[in-house]
Ligand binder design. Structure first.
Ligand SMILES: NC(=O)c1ccc[n+]([C@@H]2O[C@H](COP(=O)([O-])OP(=O)(O)OC[C@H]3O[C@@H](n4cnc5c(N)ncnc54)[C@H](OP(=O)(O)O)[C@@H]3O)[C@@H](O)[C@H]2O)c1
Length: 302
């Protein structure tokens, strides 16, 4: 297939490398040329452009069979989200126009579920976000599904949980620096997925995802913050992080949630098998990687 990866970063780059390995013809779009060497080394054709600028897109080839939009705003507020996710997706749709991709996959986020009561969630649960930024993601999902429906494109949405893996994982990195804190009672559930499984889920969605459908991309085990850090503490032979009082108002503003997101639909419909079914396998691999690289923070684990 001729594949376009829009946003060739932490996920897009290994995704492109894997698709090349599988024999596909892969192009990767990003704004800067800073990673051009990495893209070329992975066999990905580098394209330069900003999806918030339709004039940039107009100059690019547009005949792709599979398109993956995994651009990220790099944080920022609701305005940045609106520009990069909502307007960026609108521009991509306009640009691809009447050309009909055989599959379009968009990596949304499980942050669209605002539930805060530790409830189990599926794709059928209401997506009523707690934060303004996540509301923009819901708008983006709707825009894509409506536009794709009108154009008869098979668009698939993956709602991706907190990504960790080589060099990533906020709580883990904080913990290694002795800066992690557990707010409140630590009984809030976290939902995670390893980078390699995000790549695997995207490829499964490209191959077998049904147009117009949403799939949660999350591993098998939602875990409470306290259990996560206790596991890490045991693994690294250190104490757990300090517990500090939580501020409900701040947490609400930050869109902090407490939910258990199910991957059942992804596994049943796409037949996806996780390389790292839980954070345990995934972080064990990352700790080993850090130890082998001689990173000081990871010393002391068995
Ligand atoms: N991180 C998480 O825990 C998490 C959770 C749920 C969902 N997601 C989603 O997962 C996807 C992959 O994220 P990631 O971690 O791979 O992000 P990332 O490492 O920040 O990569 C984003 C890529 O997008 C490119 N980009 C940014 N703005 C662009 C623009 N306007 N036009 C063209 N390219 C642009 C960046 O390159 P340049 O800077 O060179 O443009 C970079 O290559 C994203 O859709 C993200 O929203 C992430």
């Amino acid at each position: 297939m001729r594949v376009l990866i829009v946003g060739c970063g932490y996920i897009g780059l290994p995704l492109g490398a894997e698709l090349v390995r599988l024999g596909h013809d892969v192009s990767g779009l990003r704004r800067s040329t800073s990673a051009k060497k990495d893209l070329l080394a992975a066999g990905i054709k580098p394209l330069v452009g900003d999806i918030t600028r339709p004039e940039d897109l107009a100059g690019l080839p547009a005949s792709f069979e599979w398109v993956v939009n995994c651009v990220a705003s790099g944080g920022g507020g609701a305005d940045d989200y609106r520009r990069v996710y909502l307007q960026g997706t609108r521009n991509l749709i306009g640009w691809l126009g009447s050309g009909t991709p055989l599959k379009f996959v968009y990596t949304s986020s499980t942050s669209v579920y605002g539930q805060n009561d530790a409830s189990p969630l599926s794709e059928a649960s209401p997506a009523e976000p707690a934060s303004e930024t996540a509301r923009v993601l819901v708008e983006t999902e709707k825009l894509l599904l409506e536009a794709a429906g009108q154009r008869r494109w098979p668009a698939v949405i993956l709602r991706v949980a907190g990504i960790y893996g080589p060099g990533r994982g906020h709580g883990f990195r904080q913990y290694l620096k002795n800066e992690a804190r557990i707010e409140g009672n630590g009984r809030r559930f976290l939902n995670m997925i390893h980078r390699d499984d995000v790549v695997g889920c995207i490829i499964a969605a490209l191959r077998s995802g049904r147009g117009g459908e949403v799939y949660n991309a999350v591993d098998d085990e939602p875990i409470t913050e306290i259990d996560f850090f206790e596991w890490l503490a045991g693994r690294l032979g250190r104490g757990p992080p300090a517990i500090v009082p939580g501020d409900a108002d701040t947490a609400r503003k930050r869109g902090v949630t407490n939910k258990k997101v199910s991957n059942r639909k992804l596994k049943e419909e796409l037949g996806y098998r996780f390389k790292y079914p839980t954070f345990r396998e995934g972080y064990a691999a990352e700790i080993l990687r850090l130890e082998r690289a001689g990173e000081p923070g990871a010393a002391g684990c068995d």
